[in-house]
Design a protein around this ligand. Structure first.
Ligand SMILES: *Cc1c(COP(=O)(O)O)cnc(C)c1O
Length: 385
């Protein structure tokens, strides 16, 4: 055992693969439930896009969480593990007709609508099915999050949501339609956010918008503030459970809920990132002119975050206790961006050593591809081994 991993069992499994520590996942879910239960009207939906591995999703479903979906496939995956449709919200800038029809036929809790054009299509499709779609409007709050530019979503320049300027007219449009019911406001400012001030800024914006609507006598049944809480990629062992208390307390303190109003959250990364590791085997150690490379059998096809947004993942040699040396840890894909970490200190690494790429439970397995005709990585949970 090194770094809490069942190494002996790992030896029998074909690499690369994902390993999910389900005790940590369950502890994380319990921590959320404990904090949420302190606040009346708080409801958490798991953002399925972070990790839709059925075994992981099943544990989250068993814990009673709802789902935040961004496609028809995710709605199906959520229903398949027993998440009731009444706890499913569905967002996305480009919902196809079949996806809207699926949501309608299952009577999902709410469509988070991102444009007037989409609202018109939902109304039309619901009419044909003799249904009324519950809709919330995703408002772009023009609140910046202090995170990587590719994962901020709440700035005016992003493609997401309806502008604050158009909010009232879109709500009025919904009131005039027969087959949609306006029930909520939805926001999501980005991902990997660790500064509570960003969420505080969102709270202030929501308060302003609610007051603006109340002046027009428009009442909102629920507010959905999205997700985005980050994790500590540098300390997966020491800070394996995010500070959910600080997160939920920020909303409880600052967001002014009206009587009977519920506050919905869509957490993805914060729930699953730390419980997952990508386990890969060292193929070769190669001496370059100025550095040495540990060439591993996982590539960006298995975990694309470092290549896609220069994301940091802690990397450990879990087979070796030897003195540390410095390596660039790279994959086999024919692209220069196929690098998991530069100048990484690892215990002396040899061919065959197992390497753990930590905090890979969110946006890891689910983003895998078959580029270079590679096989998709398999995901194992503790109970599988
Ligand atoms: C991606 C996404 C989330 C989850 O984001 P995390 O950073 O993983 O918590 C929540 N809501 C919406 C609308 C999203 O697109």
């Amino acid at each position: 055992m090194k770094g809490h991993f069942p190494i002996d069992k790992f030896q029998e499994i074909e690499t690369p693969f994902y390993y999910y520590d389900t005790q940590l996942l369950r502890d994380t879910l319990r921590s959320i439930q404990k904090e949420v239960s302190k606040h009346e009207g708080f409801v958490v939906h798991y953002a399925v896009k972070a990790n839709a591995n059925p075994k992981v999703l099943n544990i989250i479903a068993q814990a009673g969480f709802g789902a935040d979906c961004v496609s028809g496939g995710e709605i199906r995956a959520s229903l398949a593990v027993g998440i009731p449709a009444s706890k499913i919200v569905y967002a996305g800038v480009g919902k196809a007709d079949w996806e809207i029809q699926l949501g309608l036929s299952k009577n999902i809790f709410c469509f988070n609508v991102e444009s007037l054009a989409e609202l018109e299509v939902i109304n039309e499709l619901a009419g044909k099915m003799d249904k009324t779609a519950r809709v919330a409007f995703r408002i772009n709050p023009d609140v910046g999050a202090h995170t990587h530019a590719n994962i901020t979503t709440g700035l005016a320049e992003n493609k997401f949501g309806i502008t604050m300027h158009d909010m009232e007219s879109v709500i009025e449009a919904a009131f005039a339609m027969q087959h949609v019911k306006f029930v909520g406001l939805h926001f999501h400012i980005g991902s990997q956010i660790l500064n509570m001030d960003d969420f505080a800024a969102l709270c202030n914006r929501v308060n302003d918008l609610q007051r603006q609507l109340e002046r027009k006598r428009i009442f909102v049944e629920h507010i959905n503030v999205g997700g985005g809480l980050g994790v500590d990629y540098h300390h997966p062992n020491r800070l394996s459970i995010p500070d959910f208390k600080a997160y939920f307390d920020t909303y409880a303190r600052l967001l002014q809920l009206r009587p009977g109003q519920t506050l919905h959250f869509e957490l993805g990364r914060a729930i699953v990132a730390q419980c997952g590791s990508l386990i890969t085997r060292t193929l070769y150690v190669k001496q370059g002119t100025a550095k040495q490379f540990a060439i591993v059998d996982a590539g960006f096809t298995d975990l694309i975050r470092p290549a896609l947004y220069q994301a940091f993942h802690k990397i450990e040699n879990i087979s070796s206790d030897g003195p540390t040396a410095t390596y660039d840890v790279v994959g086999p894909i024919c692209e220069s961006t196929d690098v998991f970490g530069k100048s990484v200190d690892l215990n002396t690494t040899r061919r065959g050593d197992l390497i753990a790429i930590r905090s890979a439970g969110a946006y890891g397995e689910i983003m895998a591809s078959q580029y270079n005709c590679r096989r998709l990585p398999v995901g194992y949970i503790t109970e599988d081994l």
